[in-house]
Design a protein around this ligand. Structure first.
Ligand SMILES: [Zn+2]
Ligand SMILES: [Zn+2]
Length: 66
């Protein structure tokens, strides 16, 4: 089970503030920028199929990852 601690859009703690806008952005077009588990900045690649984002510690995630 993955614990989401940090907002993957803005990189701040989930408990810190309102991330409604972040979620809207993520659900529409934008790939996440920060790892939800450690808040490291991820390497994001946009592909014809969507995108992939890779955390140096937690590996790669793709669309549909929660
Ligand atoms: Zn956020
Ligand atoms: Zn990570």
């Amino acid at each position: 089970m993955i614990t989401t601690v940090y907002c993957s859009f803005c990189g701040k703690e989930e408990a810190d503030g309102d991330h409604v806008v972040c979620r809207q952005r993520l659900s529409v077009i934008d790939p996440p920028r920060y790892c939800a588990e450690c808040a490291r900045r991820m390497v994001v690649q946009v592909t014809p199929d969507g995108w992939t984002a890779r955390c140096s510690r937690h590996g790669e995630i793709g669309p549909g990852h929660e």
